[in-house]
Each structure stands twice: as structure tokens, then as C-alpha cells.
Design a protein around this ligand. Sequence first.
Ligand code: ACO
Length: 320
Amino acid sequence: MVARIVGTGSAVPENIVTNDDLSRIVDTNDEWISTRTGIRERRIAKEENTTILACRAAKKALENAEMDAADVELILVATCTPDSFFPNTACRVQKEIGAWNAVGFDLSAACSGFVFALSTVQAYIKSGVYKNALIIGAETLSKLLNWEDRGTCVLFGDGAGAVVVKAHETGFMDMVQWSDGRGDSVLTCGARQMKNVLVPGAQEADYVAMEGQPVFKFAVKKVPECITQVLEKTGTEKEEIRYYVLHQANSRIIQSVAKRLKEAEEKFPMNLERHGNTSAASIPILLDEMNREGKLQKGDKIILSGFGAGLTWGAALLEW
Ligand code: ACO
């Protein structure tokens, strides 16, 4: 048995922040942001937090799957922006949606989080431990941004996406996933520093810090590489792939991946123009939009690929 996606949902904050809005906060402009990243606007939370967005996306995915929350066996939340160190986000979601029979935990792999979570769920389903799962990618990166750093604050947005997965004969085909901690310094956000009764000291808040060009080079090299690996592993030809659903960081990264794979850009759907980079949420939000627009037909082969801090990256091949 393999994991099969049987329902999708997504939720974003009400509040829209355009590039022009940002130009009133930092020294930037619509032309710079849109030509270098493809982003035109993003949702930035005011009332919402990671749990609220995760719950909204989860409820929609369950509705789409026609499944009761009480039947969910596992809740796995990919996030690097939880609302608390503990309890984890999955337990908070469990409480809100009434998934009383589920076990829940979070997974941290930055922008690769959703793809890594899917692979974890596949392992549980393949081994027969669970027969279904709710996988959520949920982020409120806006709370970790330095709103005086124009190099990072223009890139990210808040949101959540969710999928319901069930054990089935077809669905998940294979995946590759990788980490390289040697690249840890190019994209960071520190948590609390070591400070206790033995180690006193002032606590300074840390924010997202990024070296844009090394991250760009990493993505355009490793994403085509891992996609090719998963194609070879499964003996699948590129022509058989209907869509490549990539982490929505930057349109230039996606265009460059398409070019390196010698594939048409039309096979790489994008929504980053409206959402910015929502980290672990970007792939399930895009999947939900495509699902609701009727773009995904039964039997379509699609590749999901996430990449981000760690460094972490991976690609999964699925039959819809
Ligand atoms: N508005 C205007 N000017 C800006 C802005 C801004 N928002 N940000 C930076 N600049 C300026 C810089 O200060 C610099 O000015 P200078 O030449 O006077 O020093 C100039 O623009 C060029 O800056 P670079 O950082 O060299 O710009 P670059 O062409 O590398 O583009 C970008 C930056 C868009 C971040 C690019 O490196 C990139 O796409 N990197 C990939 C990173 C990414 O997508 N990260 C997302 C998170 S990671 C993930 O999801 C995997």
C-alpha cells in the first residue's frame, strides 16, 4: 500500500501586502521585487497565527476528502514557525478540529518540510503502521522577519496548506531526500540562545538572515538533480510528467530549473506572484489551488520538489 492524496485544503491570512505597500516600509520598489522574484503581493497575518491557518487548511482538506476528523490516525505538521516550542502545532490542531484518535507531531525541515512530511507518512503507510494521515504545511514567517532588512522581508508570506492521505494501491511512487548541514549558514534564523541560571546574559531576538546568491545557486543545481534522480529511480520519462509542483521561492529559480531539465515552463505552475514564499506551506497551497481549479486529473503523474534551509531538498513522484 502507498500514500494517496485524497483531499486538499489551504488558508491564507486576510491581509494583503503589495510590493507598493512594502516600498513604504523599506527602501524597495515593485520593479525590483517583481523582476528579481516574480512576487507581487503576499498575505501577512494580523489576527491569524500558525495554528489558526493550519486548522483552517486542515478542515478544508478533510471536507474535500469527505472524512471525519475523528477518523484521522496521524497529524504531521511541517513548520519552522510554530506558535510555541511546546505543545507542538499538531496537538494544537488536534484539539481544534477534534481529531481525538490521532497522534500528532511536528517536523522541521524549512521549505522542504512538506515533501519530507509526505515521505515520512509514506513510510508509515507502507509499513502498515497507519492507514491515513493529515499532512499540513503551515507558516507565519512574518514574525521572524527583520522588517528593516529589504533583502529578506520582501520575499516571504504567511499561509497553510493541507492534504489528507490514505493507504491505496496507487499514489506515491518514490522519492529522494537530502540534507547537507555544511550549507547551514546561508539561510538561518536562530532560536533562543543558551541562557539559564548557569549561563546568564541578555536575550536578543534573532531574525531570518539569508545570503541570496548561494541559496539561488544551491536551488538551481540541486532541484534538477533530485528530480532527475527520482525519474531514474522509477524508470519514468520526463514526457510522462504532467506537472512539476516546486516550492514557490522565486520565479527565476523555477524558470532556471525548467531550463536545466529542458522542460516547458508551462509544466511548472506558480502562485508565488500572489503568496510570496510561504516555506513549508507553499507546495500544499499550490496543490490545493490546482486541485480546486480542476487542473489535476486522476492518473496524472506529478513531481513535488522542496528545497531550503539546512540545507535540505528532495523530490517525490506521485500519481494523482
Ligand atoms: N529592493 C531594492 N533593492 C534591494 C532589495 C530590495 N528588496 N534587496 C536587495 N537590494 C539591493 C541590494 O542591496 C544590492 O544593492 P547594491 O548593489 O547597491 O549593494 C542589490 O539590490 C543587489 O542585491 P543582491 O542581493 O546581489 O541581489 P540578487 O540579484 O542576488 O537578488 C535575491 C536577490 C532575489 C534574493 C536573489 O539572490 C535570489 O533570488 N536568491 C534566492 C533566494 C531565495 O529565493 N530565498 C528564498 C528563501 S530560501 C528558500 O525558500 C529555499
